[in-house]
Design a protein around this ligand. Structure first.
Ligand SMILES: O=c1[nH]c(=O)c2[nH]c(=O)[nH]c2[nH]1
Length: 308
């Protein structure tokens, strides 16, 4: 919200961050479904008097926002995607409160996965996985909408089929060129859907959940290549681009994707002493894993017509 106040430009928003909620659903066979969400709400609203005059009469209390998360979770009688929950919550704030013009909801889903015992999916047992499903939704009072989804903390590593050659060499360069190295990263991805209004959201239950699973698979498959031969990576940059391109090529309902792929270095170990010039000689076998410093490589790829 931008306003002019006493000759100055003023922008404000308020909300509640990190509201934690978990929800269980049970099907007719007694099978349980479970999600845990960390919800952050941010409202753009007409409440200038609260800032300039101490008049709170137009304020939606952030405590009320928190309670609303639990009320909406209770109301969801059927299992739903984290995106659909975010959209429903945002819609509530913009339609229920005259003052609220836009609601922005961010949610991080904790990666609870159903356990398998002796090869059988457990009816009510879950263990924590690694990478997280995220979403960010903005809904305006008009029904105009932005939906994006993402992955955080997808750690991927391959022990060969990676190199880095032909880069700029100058007086500060010591890195040798190589066609054989380890490639390790922790992918953060965020992609945008083209739906521009509440009415254009697909009605199919768990549509966004399916897409998340599909996008993750395309990212992983493209990073590694086929199981036997793999695929050569000329750089993190090149692999990132191929991953982004594969997602846009495969899913017409995704309009843009942003990828962040830190280059997590595994340093060759060579040990020597004055008496013993070769204690350990590196032969693509013993590495020193590091996480700092790391290369930071990020890019986004959008269809030309997409509004990023
Ligand atoms: O894939 C890479 N991209 C770089 O930009 C870079 N820079 C570097 O030192 N090593 C690497 N590896």
């Amino acid at each position: 919200m931008a306003d002019e106040v006493e000759g100055l430009r003023f922008e404000q928003r308020h909300g509640k961050a990190r509201v934690r909620v978990a929800r269980v659903w049970k099907d007719e066979n007694g099978r349980h479904f479970f999600v845990e969400w960390n919800v952050s709400i941010s409202l753009l609203s007409d409440c200038l008097p609260a800032y300039v005059r101490g008049d709170n009469s137009d304020i939606v209390a952030t405590d009320t926002m928190k309670n609303t998360v639990y009320v909406k979770a209770k109301e969801c009688s059927e299992q739903l995607s984290v995106e659909d929950f975010a959209i429903g919550l945002a819609k509530h704030f913009t339609s229920f409160y005259q003052q609220v013009t836009t609601a922005i909801i961010k949610i991080v889903e904790k990666p609870w996965e159903r356990v398998c015992i002796d090869g059988q999916p457990h009816g009510h047992g879950f263990k924590l996985g690694s990478e997280k499903h995220t979403t960010e939704v903005a809904v305006k009072k008009s029904g105009a909408l932005l939906v994006s989804s993402g992955i955080e903390g997808l750690s991927l590593l391959k022990t060969t089929k990676s190199g880095f050659e032909g880069f700029i060499r100058d007086k500060n360069t010591i890195l040798p060129e190589t066609r054989e190295r380890m490639l390790a990263t922790e992918v953060s991805a965020s992609w945008r859907y083209p739906f521009e209004s509440l009415s254009s959201i697909p009605a199919k239950p768990l549509y966004f959940t399916e897409r998340y699973i599909d996008v993750k698979k395309v990212l992983i498959d493209t990073f590694f290549g086929p199981p036997k031969e793999g695929v050569y990576s000329a750089s993190v940059q090149s692999t990132l681009y191929h991953m982004a391109k594969a997602v846009l090529g495969r899913f017409p309902d995704i309009s843009s994707i942003q990828l962040k792929m830190p280059n997590l270095h595994f340093l060759p170990v060579n040990l020597s002493s004055k008496d013993n010039p070769v204690i350990v000689k590196f032969e693509d076998d013993v590495y020193l894993p590091t996480d700092e410093p790391h290369g930071s490589i990020e890019a986004s790829l959008s269809r030309i017509w997409s509004k990023m």
